[in-house]
Design a binder for this molecule. Sequence first.
Ligand code: GDP
Length: 286
Amino acid sequence: MAQIQWFPGHMAKARNQVQEKLKLVDLVLEVVDARVPEASRNPMMNQIVGQKPRIMVLNKKDLADPQKTAEWLSYYRAQGFEAIAIDAQHAKRLQQIPQLARQMMKAKLEKQKARGIRNPGLRAMCIGIPNVGKSTVLNRLVKKNIAVTGNRPGVTKNQQWLKSDETFMLLDTPGILWPKFEDALVGNKLALTGAIADTVYQADSVGLFGLGFFQREYPQALRKAYGLNDDDMAQTPADLMVTLSQKMGFGEEFNRAAERVIFDARQGKFGPFTLEVPGDLDGHAE
Ligand code: GDP
């Protein structure tokens, strides 16, 4: 992932760029990380996208807790969005996205047909924060069906469109927006899932956050991964980090134990996990 510096000027520019491109599309694919569906969203997304129809694409579902993914899908559907969980690295289910889009835009497509357009098409764009998998989704959706469809009415010159199928086209570059990085909890979640570069967070605090989370939410997986006993598991996360550091042979270099916990979480050593559930958002309305 390219490291992007989000200064206020850059944020305004990113927002403007996305809003310009939004004018060209019928719908938006908002890509999020299924392990952190809210932490991996832009805080102003609803304002930026406005009324444009949207499909919430919960990507990296292979790394997420399936039960919690199901809760998130229901949550977004209850908010009036379409929602789908995918693993963009495996293209199979991706074709459901154009189908879902056509279903969602049925009324508009019917209207166009009534006006004599035989095979009306839809135009979409991917939007999301860095590293959620926007490019992967885009590339897998269009496979090698590259179509330059400029110089046609309604298609802006120099704007490249990629064809997913005969009636579904995607803007060639995804819209990149910033996460809610001023929130420390969001920062911890994004760091633990690898969405932000290792140089911009403190491993000890992210590792401790992760350890506390797995101890509370996935105790069996943690216990098994590190061979922990009841006494170990009853400790506070900070004390458990000390225990782990000794077990791992790092002595008092607790930072190294924290780094290992982060590494192991990302590698899936504790199994698939999801760091937040819709209930966590009560009182945190956008
Ligand atoms: P972008 O910055 O949003 O365009 O993200 P990328 O498409 O570059 O993906 C970021 C990283 O996540 C890459 O290393 C991808 O290989 C990986 N990735 C993307 N989609 C998935 C997925 O569904 N599952 C897993 N495990 N990794 C994924």
